[in-house]
Write a protein that binds this ligand. Structure first.
Ligand code: ADP
Ligand code: MN
Length: 333
């Protein structure tokens, strides 16, 4: 259950605003957001359910101070009462808080990992929607012009990397220093853990699988007409070397079920055994452990826009990210 008294500040954000909360078990994230972001999550579930799979699982909305409106009542058993008391713990992050009473309840993408390495790649050269005040638009254009946002249609907005003892944090200024010619160094820094934990061919396999997920997002957005300003691709991979090695020797992202050698149906005992095994593999709350997750996040300025054609601003950014991953893969040859 989502109990207000047990919510805590989410301290692991790679970028963005303050004021994000997580459930006590750490499986859920409560993010203050605009109505436009709520609308985007809801419309995606009905209009483009396959794209919803590339987003964090959306569990519902709540108004801070009121009972939660949950779309999936099986995930959370009791109505939640969220109190206006989350300010106390929101220290230590540079972001500003959003002035909003609305929040979304999302899957915490870090929950499936022992130590989540997180890379936030902000998409687009143009970073604001129509109707944005001129001075804000000019400011965002200026940042884009000075960073890889302008040249590659993405920039590193932030990252955190487990160093074996604690997280190394890279703030928004880190990613702004790169140019098109050297942003690969940012990817190399983020993925440095692969070289120590894995064989070169395993590192390549992991990076190729991550690249394929980015390509999957691109293919969907080539088909579905949308406008997304300042959304991000969030790349998460297991920062615990030992855990990562074990996951890669077990086959990468979702565990592949080995089919039975013969065609007969499994006996009751066999079914029970495989269910037990799955339950054992399941972490406390974050679902089964995986080597990585790639998701699109941050839809404050996102809309499905049938009739307007594909979102070249975002597609170019996704393409550039795929190019960087390709170049990084080549380094392991
Ligand atoms: P903002 O509008 O503040 O930029 P974002 O949605 O981009 O909000 O979130 C900010 C940061 O919070 C991201 O960089 C990421 O590190 C973290 N974050 C956001 N959503 C999730 C999620 N579902 N699971 C885990 N971390 C998340
Ligand atoms: Mn963001």
């Amino acid at each position: 259950a989502l109990d207000a008294a047990t919510l805590k500040a989410f301290e692991h954000a790679a970028a963005g605003h303050d004021g994000v909360l997580s459930s006590a078990a750490g499986d859920l994230l409560i993010k203050p957001c605009t109505q436009a972001e709520v609308d985007f999550y809801q419309s995606t579930l009905t209009q483009h359910p396959d794209f919803a799979e590339m987003m964090p699982t959306f569990l519902g909305t709540l108004t801070l101070g009121e009972p939660a409106q949950l779309t999936n009542p099986t995930a959370l058993h009791e109505p939640a009462e969220i109190l206006r008391q989350q300010d106390a713990s929101g220290t230590g992050q540079p972001g500003k808080k959003l002035k909003t009473d609305t929040a979304i309840v999302l899957e915490n993408l870090e929950a499936a990992f022992r130590h989540a390495n997180v890379l936030d790649l902000k998409l687009g050269a143009r970073l604001y929607a129509d109707g944005t005040e001129a001075d804000k638009a000019a400011r965002l254009d200026q940042v884009a012009a000075e960073t890889t946002s302008g040249s590659l249609n993405f920039r590193i907005a932030g990252m955190k990397v487990w160093n074996g003892v604690e997280y190394d944090k890279y703030d928004k200024l880190y990613g702004r220093k790169f140019r098109a010619g050297n942003v690969l160094e940012g990817f190399a820094t983020f993925f440095a853990g692969l070289s120590t934990a894995l064989e070169a061919h395993e590192a390549q396999l992991l990076l190729e699988t991550i690249l394929a997920e980015v390509a999957k997002v691109r293919h969907m957005l080539q088909k579905y007409e949308s406008r997304m300003y300042s959304a991000s691709v969030l790349v998460v991979y297991e920062g615990d070397g030992e855990a990562l090695r074990a996951l890669m020797s077990g086959g990468g992202e979702a565990k592949v079920k080995t089919p039975m050698a013969d065609e007969r149906a499994p006996t009751e005992a066999e079914v029970k055994e495989s269910v037990d095994q799955e339950e054992e593999e399941e972490e406390e709350d974050g679902g089964p452990p995986v080597a990585f997750k790639v998701r699109v996040i941050d839809f404050a300025h996102a809309e499905w826009t049938p009739g307007e054609g594909p979102d070249e601003n975002v597609l170019k950014g996704l393409n550039s990210i795929e190019d960087q991953l390709d170049d990084l893969i080549a380094r392991f040859d």
